[in-house]
Design a protein around this ligand. Structure first.
Ligand SMILES: O=P(O)(O)OC[C@H]1O[C@H](O)[C@H](O)[C@@H](O)[C@@H]1O
Length: 613
């Protein structure tokens, strides 16, 4: 078994995948007739507006009461419809990143010049905050940690030489390990294939969504190792994944990813997979890889059981921004995706989004549009419509990145703000035939208007421009604002850039609305609630055990169980716990049946005398 430290001392050897083996998407220039050079007026930075954040909060509070539309300078009128004026707006505002071949069109968002001027100084504050974050400030005060995903793609930025070495040596280890797995130097012990052919990735949330998006977007048609995911605790779903592997379980590399190393869903997935290995007579440890924080439960398990390899997750990288750490890079490299290109794309975008010139910073422009269109309080939804099949999972990826980062009850000063941006979307064309009627016509309620965030991807005439532009025009005609992001090719570089673009937009937007983008109190509440259910389950078991040890056995009604647990207010949860135990043959129903809670009388199949005292 290669230990964390020995793994991280090896040198890079993964050769970049030749461009020819990447998905081929050679494209036409996306904007026919687009001027070759655009002049963006250079604006001098205004002095910092110290009151800006509190103004924003007042606006946000008012806006949430009134249903929005009280952003500074935002007129209560329809969008510009004159074609000539729209063309000028398009040309004036079109952002282009030449090296990345990426375009951002914000012309179909109706912000005014006045709004832009008023927001500019506030953006300067957000840029300051971002600069501090990149220099190693404790940007997540709740968890007392730095936020360093930007360092992953440019290790020169790390605040200490130790972190730089950590990043570089881990990247080297990933490349070396992937190379040795792909080449067959590291072999599965009991497979006739003579090399690993499959990856089973076990993880959830940020430990699954990034790798899933990258695999869908970039894996070649015939990757050296094919990947599948276990990202739920559904036993049937896990069985299905294992069954589909069949005899290839013997040549499956199991990558278990969990930053905390203690997430129950991931732990359940691991236990189920280990069981499948035992039943097939295979030694799991020889095929298991852990990606987790050092000394976590998962890390200790992997170390003690002698797994094939362990890779670190860093404290200063959050789950939802971890795709450029070992979490996303290891599975990507094993699928033959050029991970150094992904990092380059992200680094180029990071550089562009450090610009303090708001007009020339694509992430700031995105954040500006989100703020304008949703009144700075998330009064509208964000619909992500990718017109490339390979980007199908981008909306799912962005759901976590945006909603977990922005959806917050309190701001940084402890004021209740109930912030959030709702993200959904499938594929552009599919949505055209499914949800777009709603998007175009319905307000649902005042807070359910639309931001269509169209990701248009043109591919050598293969995508029908009429449909894409038709959606944009139809939405606009009905006063639905949209942003269009265009990349010329879906490559590791452009995917890295897209991820970096949205990461920065989220950070800047969060700073504008004065919230912590890097913690997840909602999830903590969920984990706490899960812990409380577990504690209640123990009490229910103790009460049922006591009644079941009596002679004769005393079946109890749900009310009796709740009373004896001193938890009458939790009777519904007690019913669900008992129904679950009955479904798993741990509790026996004496009277009634689970579908009629009032009729139930229940006892345990076995009395555990030892547990009585
Ligand atoms: O990587 P893990 O520690 O297993 O966490 C998995 C997920 O857990 C929670 O849901 C967090 O809110 C996510 O941000 C995280 O990605």
């Amino acid at each position: 078994m290669a230990s964390l430290s020995s793994l991280c001392s090896s040198s890079p050897s993964l050769k970049p995948k030749p461009a020819a083996s990447l998905p081929k998407t050679v494209l036409n220039p996306p904007f026919p007739g687009k001027p070759t050079s655009l002049s963006f007026p250079i604006r001098s930075s205004k002095p910092l507006d110290v009151a800006a954040h509190s103004v924003a909060r007042e606006i946000a509070a008012d806006s949430s009461k009134s249903g929005g539309n009280s952003v500074p300078g935002k007129p209560k009128k329809g969008l510009e419809k004159d074609p000539q004026a729209l063309w000028r707006r398009y040309v004036d505002w079109l952002y282009q990143h030449k090296d990345l071949g990426l375009y951002l069109d914000v012309s179909r968002i109706g912000f005014t010049d006045e709004f832009f001027r008023e927001m500019e100084p506030r953006f300067q504050q957000s840029f300051d905050a971002m600069e501090g974050l990149e220099k190693g400030a404790i940007a997540n005060p709740d968890e007392g940690r730095m936020v360093g995903h930007y360092w992953l793609r440019n290790s020169e930025l790390t605040p200490t030489p130790f972190l730089k070495t950590q990043i570089e040596s881990t990247l080297d280890c990933i490349c070396t390990f992937a190379d040795e797995i792909v080449s067959g130097k590291i072999k599965p012990p009991a497979s006739e294939a003579g090399r690993f052919t499959q990856i089973m990735a076990v993880g959830i949330g940020g430990s699954a969504l990034g790798p899933q998006f990258v695999a869908e977007a970039l894996a070649p048609d015939n990757p050296p190792l094919k990947i599948r995911f276990i990202d739920n605790t559904d036993p049937a779903g896990i069985d299905h994944q294992v069954a589909q592997l069949g005899s290839e379980l013997a040549s499956t590399l199991v990558i278990v990813t969990s930053k905390s190393g203690g997430t129950p869903e991931t732990r359940n997935g691991l236990l189920e997979v280990q069981k499948a290995f035992r039943e097939a007579g295979l030694d799991f440890a020889k095929q298991g890889v852990a990606i987790t924080q050092e000394n976590s439960l998962l890390d200790n398990t992997a170390r003690i059981e002698g797994w094939l390899a362990r890779f670190p997750m860093f404290d200063w990288v959050g789950g939802r921004t971890s795709v450029m750490s070992a979490v996303g890079l290891l599975p990507a490299a094993l699928q033959g995706i050029d991970i150094r290109e992904m990092l380059t794309g992200a680094a180029l975008m990071d550089e562009a989004t450090r610009s303090r010139d708001l007009r020339n910073n694509p992430a700031a422009l995105l954040a500006l549009c989100w703020y304008w269109a949703s009144d700075g309080v998330g009064s509208k939804d964000m619909v992500v419509l990718p017109y490339k099949d390979s980007l199908l999972l981008f909306s799912r990826y962005l759901q976590q990145l945006v909603m977990e980062s922005i959806g917050k009850e309190f701001d940084l000063d402890g004021n209740r703000v109930n912030q959030g941006l709702t993200v959904y979307g499938n594929k552009g064309s599919t949505d055209q035939h499914a949800s777009n009627t709603h998007l175009r016509n319905s307000y649902g309620c005042v807070r359910w208007k639309l931001i269509a965030n169209c990701l248009d991807f043109y591919e050598d005439g293969k995508i029908d421009l009429k449909l894409l532009q038709g959606t944009r025009s139809a939405l606009y005609a009905n006063d639905r604002e949209s942003v269009s992001v265009t990349v010329q090719e879906v490559t590791p570089r452009s995917v890295g850039a897209l991820i970096a673009l949205y990461e920065r937009a989220v950070g800047l937007y969060a700073s504008l609305v004065n919230i912590n983008a890097y913690h997840q109190p909602g999830v903590e509440a969920g984990k706490k609630a899960a812990g409380e259910v577990l504690a209640l389950q123990k009490r229910v078991l103790a009460v049922l055990n006591e009644a079941s040890c009596k002679d004769p056995v005393e079946p109890l009604t749900l009310e009796e169980v709740a009373d004896r647990c001193h938890a009458p207010e939790d009777i519904e949860m007690i019913y669900k716990i008992i129904a679950h135990m009955a479904a798993n043959d741990r509790a026996l129903i004496a009277d009634g049946h689970c579908g009629s809670p009032r009729s139930i009388k229940v006892y345990l199949g076995e009395c555990n005398v030892d547990a009585l005292y």
